[in-house]
Design a protein around this ligand. Structure first.
Ligand SMILES: O=C(O)CCC(=O)C(=O)O
Ligand SMILES: [Fe+2]
Length: 316
């Protein structure tokens, strides 16, 4: 039923009536009332953990100049760009991603579409793989001190490692590049939500890289209707200039940190296949409801989160 309502909102098969505006503003997944309730619910369930995470974050010594630079960018723009080298991570991690890519390398739009039955529109595919092998990602990225110190200052607590996903977006049929795009949205069912984007292959405009708008242009003034997505026409009609969008292109080894709760984004407008690794972190204070937290991810992430906490407790 809820899925049905959401898909109706997404497809705009009806015009929004006044009571829908009330629903969206107050009681929807990102409504004021729902958010406030979930925030308090998360505080109750994380009472001790949350406090411990905030306390530990305060014990982190001053950041390096390189970390501070990235933190400032992240705070003011909602995103920043860096490299594996800056994080002290060997490019060997990219070989692991290339290995994951192999079965998907030549997958066509129709094959991806057929493997996503029931999906109305989003034809990118999440790779099916042996989760245990992802250890290399956990060890290099999720436990990376340079990154975690920086994120802890951003979140004002030791952040919660949420997931590692690897996605393939196929080349979309000529003239229909938007077929696989979720279109513009913010992941604002979270208060702060960091997504780290990188790829083992060069990402150019052709591959349909993530596209974002800086935080100052992503406010409620331009976008309110989550989970509705905005087309380019709708977005640019609000006064946003197409030149303000950024395409997260780069060579392998380029990393983007984006707060997708704050920054409007879209992507997968691919005319060549796109391989995209996404590592996510969130705060313990959450807007998302308990039930929407993906259990499978939480279970996989648990040992990583424990290791992260031990790292900080040991250094006290
Ligand atoms: O296909 C894309 O790049 C968009 C993905 C997205 O919205 C997200 O990762 O939050
Ligand atoms: Fe998103």
């Amino acid at each position: 039923m809820r899925k049905h309502i959401l898909s109706m909102i997404r497809s705009k098969r009806f015009t929004l009536r006044p009571w829908w505006h009330v629903y969206l503003k107050y009681f929807s997944e990102v409504g004021h009332v729902t958010k406030r309730f979930n925030l308090w619910d998360s505080r109750l369930t994380q009472l001790f953990q949350g406090r411990r995470r905030r306390r530990l974050a305060k014990t982190i010594p001053a950041l390096s100049a390189a970390q501070n630079h990235l933190l400032q960018e992240l705070n003011s723009n909602g995103f920043c760009r860096t490299t594996l080298e800056t994080l002290g991570i060997d490019h060997a991690v990219l070989s692991y991603l290339k290995q994951l890519s192999k079965p998907y390398e030549n997958m066509t739009f129709d094959q991806v579409k057929a493997s996503n039955p029931g999906k109305a529109k989003y034809y990118w595919t999440k790779m099916n793989r042996d989760w245990k092998a992802d250890q290399v990602i956990y060890d290099t990225l999720a436990k990376n001190k340079f990154l975690l110190d920086l994120l802890s200052k951003y979140f004002e607590e030791i952040p919660y490692f949420n997931s590692f996903e690897y996605m393939y977006s196929p080349p979309f049929p000529a003239g229909r590049p938007f077929e696989g795009s979720q279109n513009w949205h913010r992941d604002n069912n979270q208060r702060k939500f960091i997504k780290i984007f990188f790829s083992p292959f060069p990402l150019t405009r052709k591959e349909g890289p993530p596209q974002i708008l800086p935080a100052r242009l992503s406010t409620d003034k331009y976008y309110t209707g989550y989970p509705r997505y905005m087309t380019d026409e709708e977005l640019f009609a609000t006064g946003i200039n197409p030149d303000d969008q950024l395409f997260l292109t780069g060579e392998p080894g380029t990393i983007y940190l984006v707060d997708t709760a704050r920054c409007l984004h879209c992507g997968s407008r691919s005319s060549a296949g796109r391989h995209q690794a996404i590592v996510t972190f969130n705060s313990t204070d959450r807007y998302a409801s308990r039930s929407s937290i993906k259990r499978e991810y939480a279970r996989l992430a648990e040992p990583v989160n424990q290791a992260m906490m031990e790292m900080y407790e040991k250094s006290l």
